[in-house]
Design a protein around this ligand. Structure first.
Ligand code: 1PR
Length: 553
């Protein structure tokens, strides 16, 4: 196989990038020292997390000068995410750290006064030359495709400036801010989005770079109504609750208000609901157009060394065929192996990242950390799993999954917690409620409300909230819209609505009546009542911007 050199300097999640490179017919040669760079013909520089952390790692590793020499030699160079940002002068994220300075511009933080930050999801990469006669696209970018972005800082776009300096530019728009999605000039190609997590559209750009296909004609269907489709799509996520069944097999299951055992008759004998095999189902949902796939390991594997956790193998296999972001939750916390070996939450997360996960989801541990945050007078300890993992991999790598349930009261004065006046009073006629956090899969209630949790984990550096709801879980009755709006009003980071989806209309309802950033379904997909593509086609028919799945060529 032809090869490409990959510089993995921040030990991020490069497994999915390797899988994507292999998928398009190339092998990876690892750069292990600055000297190795001399042998590199084609070089890819990935980068996740903080600009300063990445650039400092490159500098301390002695890589900055050899990278510059590689670029100056005219050999092919591709930068991904922070690998694009490194080409610029610097970033507001870490003002004291310089980039390579090939472009006299600095990264700026998105304005979070009217939208969620980080910018997470599928957006465009629209070539700015699109309307000029004989327009061409660079490195397989298509104005009608969508690409996966996850970043808080961006190079905001000023028309003509980079183009006048010989750069080809593709942009996207997020909440009124147009920013650079991809650039190319000579031997350089760089993307702010993650092509390895952007489905076929992303694989196409990696393939074009590796093959040296710099320019392609823009066909009429490319141009079409592309400009109208610029912007962040509504994200639809498929979630697989995974656990071992009573015979020890790892299966996809589904709770009904978190109870995963069959109820009907004697035949099932209270068996764990078995809805299928995790890797096969993840691939199925990817091919149905899921924008992300989430695995929740709902019983941390009590009696086996972490390194043998079956979930690691599931991720390794799933990430070979699923080229959209994979999230893994369940048991992400400081753990002790059966032989007494202590493993930090950061090391647990690193094992999952190296196995193909892009994000880790923290549930119970986040509730405990939030309680300690308030006990300490809203001071960060610097010792929580959230702080450690987001500090090393960036906040976009950390999701907090919360399992709240409604607690009804006669009036707000009956509780110290933040209450809402609900449109759905309980049978006792109480029309105020608060949402109580739980841990251990809903089995233990805590004296903490969901808004307290959301604010605390945002302060610790979580990048996203996976907002479940015990009352709605598995109900097919629609999302808890009041809960979602309540949490969205309390924080700036994105929220994924979860629990209760039963049909495509529930997705229309949650996007229409709440400000959620994404919506998740589980049971309705696992029971084959609807497919992900049916949900997205329905949303599209109602005028919502969704990403269309692009099949293998
Ligand atoms: O506490 O960090 O070990 O993480 C445990 C994780 O597993 C948490 O994310 C927790 O939400 C999840 N979990 C634990 N037990 C269960 C259970 O069901 N017995 N799953 C469970 C909770 C929430 C979603 C579900 C949505 C959508 N289920 O996973 O898929 O509610 O369902 P629906 O669309 O069918 O309504 P830790």
């Amino acid at each position: 196989m032809p090869t490409v050199h990959l510089l993995d300097y921040v030990a991020g999640n490069v497994r999915s990038l390797v899988n994507a490179i292999n998928k398009v017919g190339y092998d990876v040669d690892w750069i292990k020292s600055p000297e190795d760079l001399k042998n590199a013909e084609k070089l890819i520089l990935p980068g996740v997390g903080h600009f300063g952390h990445c650039l400092s790692q490159l500098s301390e590793g002695g890589y900055l000068e050899p990278i510059k020499q590689h670029i100056e030699s005219g050999k092919p160079f591709m930068g991904i995410c922070v690998g694009l940002q490194a080409l610029f002068q610097g970033s507001e994220e870490d003002p004291d750290v310089s980039g390579l300075g090939l472009i006299h511009k600095r990264m700026q933080k998105f304005d979070d006064s009217t939208k969620s930050v980080p910018h997470i999801g599928w957006n465009s990469a629209m070539d700015t030359s699109i309307n000029s006669p004989g327009a061409q696209s660079f490195y397989g970018l298509s104005p009608s495709s969508k690409y996966y972005y996850v970043h808080s800082y961006a190079a905001l776009y000023t028309p003509g400036v980079l183009e006048n300096d010989g750069w080809s530019v593709a942009t996207a728009t997020y909440g009124g801010e147009e920013f650079i999605g991809a650039i190319a000039k000579g031997n350089i190609f760089a993307t702010q989005f993650h092509p390895e997590k952007s489905g076929q559209a992303g694989l196409r750009t990696i393939h074009a770079f590796l093959n040296g296909d710099k320019l392609q004609p823009l066909t009429s269907d490319n141009l079409g109504s592309a400009k109208k489709k610029d912007g962040l799509t509504r994200r639809v996520i498929a979630c697989l609750d995974v656990r071992t069944n009573d015979t020890g097999d790892l299966v996809v299951t589904k709770g009904d208000q978190y109870d995963v055992r069959e109820k009907d008759g004697v035949s099932s004998g209270g068996q764990v609901r078995n809805l299928g095999k995790p890797v096969e189902m993840a691939k199925k949902y990817y091919e149905q157009g899921a924008d992300e796939v989430t695995f929740l390991n709902i019983t941390s594997f009590r009696n086996c060394p972490l390194v043998d956790t079956p979930m690691l193998e599931i991720l390794r296999r799933a990430s070979e065929t699923v080229f959209v972001p994979l999230t893994i939750g369940g048991g992400i916390k400081d753990t002790v192996d059966p032989d007494g070996t202590r493993i930090s939450a950061l090391d647990v997360a690193t094992m999952y990242f190296k196995s193909g996960a892009d994000k880790v989801s923290i549930g119970s541990d986040a509730v405990i950390a939030a309680e300690q945050y308030y006990e300490a007078g809203q001071k960060l300890s610097g010792k929580t799993a959230i702080e450690a993992i987001s500090g090393a991999y960036g906040n976009q790598a950390v999701v907090v999954s919360v399992d709240p349930k409604r607690i009804y009261v006669d009036s707000p004065g009956d509780t110290k917690h933040h209450t809402i006046k609900t449109k759905h009073p309980n049978s006792a006629g109480q029309s105020f409620c608060w949402y109580q956090c739980t841990i251990k899969g809903g089995r233990e209630a805590r004296d903490l409300d969901v808004c307290q949790l959301a604010k605390a984990v945002e302060a610790m550096g979580a990048g996203e909230i996976l907002l479940n709801c015990i009352d709605k879980d598995g109900s097919n009755g629609g999302f808890d819209l009041e809960l979602i709006n309540d949490v969205k009003s309390a924080i700036k980071i994105p929220v994924i609505a979860s629990s209760g989806a039963g049909n495509p209309k529930h997705f229309e309802e949650v996007f229409e009546r709440t400000s959620t950033d994404a919506a998740l379904g589980a049971g309705m997909f696992h029971r084959c009542e609807y497919t992900v593509s049916e949900v997205k086609d329905y949303l599209n028919s109602k005028g919502f911007l969704v990403r269309q799945f692009e099949a293998d060529p």
